[in-house]
Ligand binder design. Structure first.
Ligand SMILES: [Fe+2]
Ligand SMILES: [Fe+2]
Length: 159
């Protein structure tokens, strides 16, 4: 979650991204149900429209997360932050409210989401650590090559 308050347009893009993303998943869910009901043509309309909603969501994402800023490490960190927010703040709060409402099904669904968001955060953190190690190793190799090149150059200049 961002610490600085986002501008109205950024907030609108976030909301529009959420809406388009939800439309995508909702239409795919509706398509599945339409298929189960034998309405194949209706299912296809939902599926085709869902694809377009994904394109709309990606359009908003490109403005929210410009590609020039998306290094591998930055993307993994964004993912870790999002999943961590889900399992430390969002779902615990939702779970508490569901419990107060006596909605047992929602409570157990939230519990499951807490476990899975934590697993996702941990997997991303592990991936980030591995990627960081690989980058460090690559940087060392690069440095070795640069030093070797410099030594060779100095040797030739001296000769
Ligand atoms: Fe759309
Ligand atoms: Fe997740």
């Amino acid at each position: 979650m961002p610490n600085v308050p986002a501008s109205p347009t950024i907030q609108n893009l976030e909301a529009a991204f959420a809406g388009e993303s939800m439309a995508n998943r909702k239409y795919l869910y509706f398509a599945k149900q339409a298929r189960a009901l034998g309405a194949i043509d209706v299912a296809e309309v939902f599926e085709n429209t869902a694809l377009q909603e994904t394109a709309h969501a990606f359009g908003h994402l490109e403005l929210l997360y410009p590609k020039a800023e998306l290094t591998v490490a930055a993307m993994l960190q964004l993912a870790i932050d999002g999943e961590t927010y889900e399992y430390t703040e969002m779902y615990p709060k939702f779970r508490h409210l569901a419990e107060q409402e006596g909605n047992r099904a929602a409570v157990s669904e939230m519990d499951q989401q807490i476990v899975e968001s934590k697993e996702h955060a941990e997997r991303f953190a592990k991936t980030l650590a591995t990627a960081a190690k690989r980058f460090a190793a690559l940087a060392k190799v690069e440095e070795k090559h640069a030093n070797h090149y410099r030594e060779t150059l100095a040797h030739h200049k001296g000769a």
